[in-house]
Each structure stands twice: as structure tokens, then as C-alpha cells.
Design a protein around this ligand. Structure first.
Ligand code: 3HC
Length: 295
């Protein structure tokens, strides 16, 4: 089975930059495409910061850091990804935007290129069907922060050829990840369980079961989670969680996936969590303090 050695990454946000970083660090020539030079610069700066942190901690040699950066190319042209063995898409969670990119790439890439989406909740089948290579289409779901989290979900949809799935599993392992196989159901394995848990924490807060701090402390000290649900919601992004919950609710029509009113209101006013400086916690000063939500 031939290895996937050249990687294209669509999107250089939080997830795309992390994916590009681990691919380049694993020795793959990696081409990253963003819509503007400014967004490419931002993504590159995130990668440099992460690599420097690893060097500072003695987990990466300076020459490996430099070689990783040399293997990365940034572009605004979709066509520059045409020669890649695998293209991984990590753009906004919007099927129309994703499918427009897949259709364009389908005409540009060779028959051997595997298409992989990092979607967290959309159906892989809905993207595979937009291309002429549904047998060479998989889900490849990474976790934030990508350079630190070992897990990748490799998702086989109804059309994915066994060979495509096997090669992608091997690819995930070659990136230093520890992959699991998941079926193409909204949320796959992890978000199917994680999203209702996060939404339940918000509902518990709405019902006055405990404070933000105590609910977080309860789950950290009581169940050994590295972060409590509110710290994790702020980390993942409230806007992202809201979008995922809406997609999962539309798929399953079960109340446990319905975004709670408090989440919706916080998103409406731009309280997205760490990325906007304020969510369940206020990050304007260090250490962060609990936000006053008027509850
Ligand atoms: N690159 C390099 N270093 C990084 C980094 C990155 N991207 N992100 C964090 N670090 C460093 C920190 O700077 C810190 O360095 P320091 O020790 O010198 O200060 C070190 O890693 C450890 O970070 P923390 O001090 O914050 O300590 P933690 O032990 O808490 O580790 C964590 C951080 C790995 C994020 C841990 O808190 C954790 O596992 N949290 C849960 C994350 C999680 O659940 N992610 C999944 C979200 S769901 C998802 O992504 C799916 C999507 O579809 C929604």
C-alpha cells in the first residue's frame, strides 16, 4: 500500500494550522490554502508558536523545527493542492462552502488523490456525493489542540472503498496519532457523547444546580477530566459548539442535542469563549475570572 506523502490542507484556522503542522512535522510536503495572505500569515504564526513551545520544552530539536517549517507552503490558490496524495479540508462548518471547494478540487486533482474532511458533525456522504470520487472520500476528524491530542477519528461512509479507509488509517498513524474507526453518523463517536455532556452542563447552570466554577471543579476533581465543561466550551468555541449542536439536532431530532437558550444568547452577543476573549470565563486578565452572566 503506497504511503500518502504530500498533503494539502484547506483552511489554516485553529484546526487547519494544527493539521498542517503535524503533517509537516511527520515529514510530509504540505501545502496549505487559505482565502487571504493575512489568514495564511496568522495560521503560520500559530504553527511557529507551537513549534517554538516544543523546542522550549526540549520535545523538538531546533533543526527539526526548521525542517518542519521548510516542508510547509502557504497559498491562496486551490490549484496548488492539485498534486497532493491527500487533501484534508478544515474550513468553516458549512456544507455549501465545503462542497464548492470539493467540486473545484475534484476537477483539478489526479484520480489517486484521497479527499478527507475534518468536519465535526456534517455527514461525509453529503460531501462524497458532490464529487466524482465517492470511493476515495473519508472523514478525518482531529481534536483541538491538534499538535497535542493523540486521537483522530477515521470515518468510513457508505461509499468509502476499504483501500481508501486503510490507507487513511495508516496515514493517521504516520502522523503520530492513535486513530479509531468511526461510522458516518453525525458527531461520529466523540462528539456524539461529548456534545450532549457540554449542553447538559449549560442546562445545569441554567437550572441553578451549581456555579460555573463548581460544575467545572466537579468534573475535573470528580471524574479526572483535564478541563471542566465550561473551560472546554470556551476552549472549543461557543459559536462552534452551537453550530455542531444545531447540525446534530437537525440530524437526530432529539432534545439532548438542542442548543440551550443561554448558549444561543452568548453566541448572539459574540461571547465565543477564548477566541473572543470572553465566554463562561473572562480572559481579559490573567488568570481568567468567571463571567457575570446575570444568572
Ligand atoms: N502546541 C504546543 N504546545 C501547546 C499547545 C500547542 N498547540 N497548546 C498548549 N500547549 C502547551 C501549553 O502552552 C502548556 O505549556 P506550559 O506547560 O509550558 O505552560 C502545555 O502545552 C500544557 O498546557 P496546559 O498548561 O494548558 O496544561 P494541560 O495539561 O491542561 O494541557 C490540554 C492542555 C492538552 C489542552 C488539556 O487541558 C486537555 O487535554 N484539555 C482537553 C482538550 C479537549 O478535550 N480537546 C477536545 C475538544 S473537542 C474537539 O476538538 C472536537 C471538535 O469537533 C469540537
Amino acid at each position: 500500500m503506497s504511503k500518502l506523502e504530500t498533503v494539502g490542507v484547506l483552511g489554516c484556522g485553529l484546526m487547519g494550522s494544527g493539521i498542517a503542522q503535524v503533517a509537516a512535522a511527520a515529514g510530509c510536503r504540505t501545502v496549505v490554502r487559505e482565502v487571504s495572505d493575512e489568514l495564511n500569515e496568522k495560521g503560520k504564526a500559530r504553527i511557529v508558536k507551537s513549534l517554538d513551545k516544543f523546542v522550549e520544552k526540549g520535545k523538538l530539536e531546533q533543526n527539526e523545527r526548521d525542517a518542519t517549517l521548510e516542508r510547509l507552503t502557504f497559498t491562496t490558490e486551490v490549484g496548488d493542492l492539485a498534486g497532493c496524495d491527500i487533501v484534508i479540508e478544515a474550513v468553516t462548518e458549512d456544507l455549501e462552502i465545503k462542497n464548492a471547494l470539493w467540486k473545484e478540487l475534484d476537477g483539478l486533482c489526479g484520480a489517486g488523490t484521497i479527499f478527507a474532511s475534518n468536519t465535526s458533525s456534517l455527514t461525509i456522504a453529503a460531501m462524497a456525493a458532490a464529487t466524482k470520487r465517492p470511493d476515495r472520500f473519508v472523514g478525518l476528524h482531529f481534536f483541538n489542540p491538534v499538535p497535542l491530542m493523540k486521537l483522530v477519528e477515521v470515518v468510513r461512509t457508505v461509499t468509502t472503498a476499504p483501500g481508501t479507509f486503510d490507507r487513511t488509517m495508516l496515514f493517521a498513524t504516520s502522523l503520530g496519532k492513535d486513530p479509531i474507526a468511526a461510522k458516518d453518523t453525525s458527531g461520529f463517536i466523540v462528539n456524539l457523547l461529548l456534545v450532549p455532556y457540554l449542553l447538559d452542563a449549560i442546562r445545569a447552570l441554567e437550572h441553578g444546580v451549581g456555579t460555573i466554577q463548581d460544575i467545572d471543579k466537579g468534573m475535573v476533581l470528580g471524574t479526572g477530566h483535564p478541563m471542566g465543561p465550561f473551560a472546554l466550551l470556551d476552549f472549543v468555541g461557543l459559536d462552534t459548539t452551537y453550530k455542531i449542536a444545531e447540525i446534530m439536532f437537525a440530524e437526530y431530532r432529539e432534545p439532548r442535542y438542542a442548543p440551550p437558550p443561554l448558549l444561543k444568547r452568548m453566541v448572539l452577543v459574540g461571547m465565543y469563549g477564548r477566541k473572543s476573549g470572553k465566554g463562561f470565563y473572562d480572559y481579559s486578565a490573567t488568570p481568567a475570572s468567571v463571567s457575570d452572566l446575570g444568572l
